[in-house]
Ligand binder design. Structure first.
Ligand code: TXA
Ligand code: MG
Length: 307
């Protein structure tokens, strides 16, 4: 189906992706249509083997090489200078392409069997919560895509970390994700963080897809530093993390009673979906520790809460 230019959703270790042949602009166009995604938001190209990267990029800096050797296959996406064989639609006209080699075995087998690189954003309608099960994919995209390959629940549960590694520029974090920045900095030293105030929703160059409102549940969400001082007459559902949480809420979804950020990431989007579906007026969440996967979780929370 992929070779015929059709859309197939598949599991990766991060979230489910909505795949199409990355070398076929007509197939790629179907992704944007199915997701109702704006064309200025470029797509990640997925490969089955790290060594294939040189087929699609013109240059690997020393840092880029070190990162692909250390972390591919895995939850890391590198933005690199593209070769001409990557259609402009994939990169929204940018001269760089985002590349990732997933570690999920079924995903790698699918990409290898297709015999082409696979462009794949998260397999959800644009702006809705990312999918971590095949049922989540169908909830949003049933009837709009050809197939979804059953691949179980995603083990990491948040999207890949995106780093730009471009000649003449310091490596730059474009999106915190499933591989912690601490791990990356152990290999290549300090990584530049984009100042969120430098970004605007209509400047693709800064960090496309960093739209302030991106992971949006259909209920208002409020982030608090201190849960104990929160008061409201509304029906509140709590996205809880760790021990000693308040239990005087309509619904409590504890995404890691033991306070593990890894476990929290794996449960995050599914719990957000359950809170969306619950009979409540407001989703309340406490800020996560800003380290490890907490960086990615706080990023997703802030986007979900942004009005
Ligand atoms: O874990 C993941 O990355 C998942 C799975 C399916 O691989 N995919 C995913 O794709 O999250 P998507 O489209 O939801 O997010 C892609 C991110 C966006 O922030 C996008 O703007 C950025 O990567 N990106 C893609 N191409 C880019 C480029 N050429 N330059 C800068 N950023 C790019
Ligand atoms: Mg997405």
């Amino acid at each position: 189906m992929l070779r015929e230019g059709k859309l197939v959703a598949f599991a990766t270790e991060t979230v489910y992706g909505l795949g199409a042949n990355a070398l076929d602009p007509m197939a790629v166009a179907k992704i944007f249509a199915a997701k109702q995604r704006p064309h200025f938001d470029p797509l990640i190209v997925h490969l089955s083997e790290p060594k294939q990267v040189t087929n699609y990029v013109t240059r690997l800096t020393d840092e880029a090489l070190a990162l692909c050797e250390q972390f591919w296959p895995g939850p890391l996406t590198l933005v690199l200078p593209k070769k001409e064989n990557i259609p402009d639609l994939v990169t929204s006209g940018l001269p760089n392409v985002a590349i990732r080699v997933p570690v999920h075995q079924q995903a790698r087998e699918l990409i290898a069997a297709a015999g082409v690189p696979i462009a794949a954003p998260s397999a959800n309608l644009f702006g809705s919560v990312s999918p971590t099960t095949s049922q989540h994919v169908l909830d949003g995209l049933d009837g709009r895509i050809e197939a979804v390959l059953e691949g179980g629940s995603c083990s990491i549960g948040v999207e890949s970390t995106v780093i730009a590694c471009l000649p003449g520029q310091p490596p730059t974090l474009l999106r915190p994700g499933g591989l912690s920045v601490e791990e990356i900095e152990k290999v290549i030293g300090p990584v530049r963080r984009l100042d969120p105030s430098e970004q605007s929703d209509d400047s693709p160059q800064a960090g496309p897809g960093m739209l302030s409102r991106h992971y949006a549940p259909n209920k208002p969400i409020e982030i608090v530093d201190d849960l104990w001082s929160f008061k409201s007459n509304l029906k509140v559902g709590l996205l809880a993390f760790g021990k000693s949480q308040r239990s005087d809420f309509e619904v409590v979804e504890n995404i890691s009673p033991t306070g593990s950020l890894v476990e929290a990431a794996a449960n995050f989007f599914a719990s957000l979906r359950r809170l969306e579906a619950a009979n409540i007026d407001l989703i309340l969440a406490e800020i996560f520790p800003n380290e490890g996967l907490g960086l990615a979780l706080n990023d997703r929370l802030r986007r979900a809460a942004s009005k």
